[in-house]
Design a binder for this molecule. Structure first.
Ligand SMILES: Cc1cc2nc3c(=O)[nH]c(=O)nc-3n(C[C@H](O)[C@H](O)[C@H](O)COP(=O)(O)OP(=O)(O)OC[C@H]3O[C@@H](n4cnc5c(N)ncnc54)[C@H](O)[C@@H]3O)c2cc1C
Length: 444
């Protein structure tokens, strides 16, 4: 009986350093390479992925086209289905007698519930998962997942104490060959995509999706001396060079994090190690921490009270939410950030901190709606990094200080002293009061 494999691509849209794909390549005779876009999901739903903004759709489409080209070079095909992965996978299992299923480990509640349902429903099939999104394997962590520290600084201390940067495995080479494709009906996915998910962005994108573009960006970044100044520039608000901009490709796995670390080490060997190059590694450790945090708290990552016991006193005010999301608040710096996010699908780390702090503290809004909005907009949306950072900012996550309330006026003076950023994104042209109903006029 020939072994028929199904590889469910998710946030691992590459052939390079993909342990899950290598395993499939070694084990089965024919292979179905599948990606699903669940176009039926609605915004805002709870456990379902958010609807993708035009920028996210565009970046994902380019990433899939690039993956398809990579697979074609192996004589393989990419099967893309515009339906729930549960339905698509169930149909393919039945029609093609699939015996082996593969995927990369995922933090997402939606992805995991589908995988779990499949495992229960098809308990006689072979299910296999590999870690392709992290620097470490669970067995390499300085503690068990249960004992993952409640703060990043403690996690970093443990990593540094056990000199774990030495055990980061070298990235794996792409497979030399892939099993032949199963004869899956070709549904002309790109035509379907254009019908279901039209691309209506009206300005050129900052980022091009796909492993090819990601690898090019990685080479270009380290071909210059930007990494040697990263620590001084990393709090910038606008432009391509103040930070690495690895996140969009890292998030959907078109770039492997271990490939980035390998390039960082090669840069250090050439240009020297300094505080800035070390800081890039620290930031990648933040990412690593949030990945394991997501694995440790698969449900609480999305809970209002976060990983703590106390439910915040914030609520949901539709008018305030709307004004925040389009950049019509009384705060010029926030408006500029939100307009930048909506136009480009990207926002600096400083900008994200400011808009999240404003959302929770000035606007009194339930942080989960902010996280959900960023899920919809960010081309670098990453389940663990997004929800983990929002929890942190909302004071219900891995922050020893309890909460981060930024003084927006002071922050604007420090990071945008000549108001160039605010002017560029017209943040000062849409200043509106938070509420159209004045509380003073309310009956007592
Ligand atoms: C409210 C909020 C939401 C966020 N949502 C996301 C998200 O959905 N996806 C995402 O990748 N990052 C998220 N971040 C983290 C951070 O803002 C971005 O990773 C960073 O701005 C990406 O730009 P860069 O690649 O140039 O980062 P750099 O400053 O160059 O950092 C290098 C890499 O380190 C990692 N990194 C840096 N800071 C963080 C951090 N605080 N948490 C986790 N990883 C980090 C990223 O992988 C990044 O690519 C969020 C931060 C906040 C405050």
């Amino acid at each position: 009986m020939p072994k028929v494999g199904l590889f469910w691509f998710n946030h691992d849209l590459r052939t390079d350093d993909n342990a899950a794909l290598l395993r499939a390549a070694a084990e089965v005779d024919t292979l179905i390479c599948l990606y699903c876009v669940d176009t039926a999901t609605v915004w805002p739903g709870s456990q379902q992925p958010a609807k993708l903004s035009p920028r996210r759709r565009e970046f994902l489409l380019e990433s899939l086209q690039d993956l398809e080209a990579q697979l074609n070079r192996y004589g393989q095909k990419l099967v893309v289905r515009m339906q729930s992965p549960l339905d698509a996978i169930a149909q393919l299992i039945t029609v093609h007698n699939v015996s082996h299923l593969y995927r990369s480990k995922h933090v997402g509640a939606y992805e995991n519930s589908i995988w779990q349902t499949l495992r229960t429903r098809y308990s006689l099939l072979d299910f296999s998962e590999s870690h392709t999104h992290t620097l470490f394997e669970p067995s390499q962590l300085p503690c068990t997942l249960d004992q993952l520290p409640a703060t990043f600084s403690e996690f970093r201390r443990l990593v540094e104490k056990s000199d774990l940067s030495r055990v980061i495995a070298a990235p794996l080479a792409a497979p030399t060959a892939l099993p032949a494709p199963a004869l899956v009906a070709d549904l002309a996915w790109q035509t379907q995509w254009n019908e279901c998910l039209p691309n209506n962005s009206d300005s050129p994108a900052l980022f091009k999706g796909g492993a090819h573009a990601g690898e090019q960006h990685l080479r270009d970044y380290f071909a210059r001396d930007l990494a040697s100044h990263y620590k001084e520039t990393r709090n910038g608000l606008d432009g391509m060079d103040y930070s690495t901009k690895f996140s969009p490709w890292l998030a959907n796995g078109t770039l492997s994090v271990r490939r980035i670390v390998q390039q960082l080490r090669q840069y250090e060997a050439r240009a020297g190690t300094n505080e800035s190059t070390q800081w890039i590694f620290v930031e990648l450790l933040w990412r690593e921490y949030f990945q394991w945090y997501g694995h440790k708290y698969p449900q609480r990552l999305f809970a209002f009270a976060g990983i703590g016991q106390h439910t915040p006193t914030t609520s949901f005010y539709p008018e305030r939410f709307k004004k925040w999301s389009v950049g019509n608040t009384p705060y010029a710096i926030i408006n500029a950030c939100m307009k930048q996010l909506n136009a480009t699908g990207y926002l600096s780390n400083r900008g994200r901190q400011l808009v999240a702090s404003c959302f929770v503290h000035e606007l009194g809004l339930d942080w989960r709606h902010g996280a959900r909005y960023m899920e919809q907009q960010l081309i670098d949306y990453d389940v663990a990094a997004n929800w983990g950072n929002w929890q942190y900012l909302a004071g219900v996550g891995a922050d020893p200080r309890g909460q981060r309330h930024f003084d927006l006026q002071k922050q604007a003076q420090i990071y945008d002293p000549d108001k160039q950023f605010v002017k560029r994104w017209a943040g000062d042209q849409t200043l509106l009061p938070l509420d159209s109903v004045d509380a003073v006029g309310w009956p007592i």
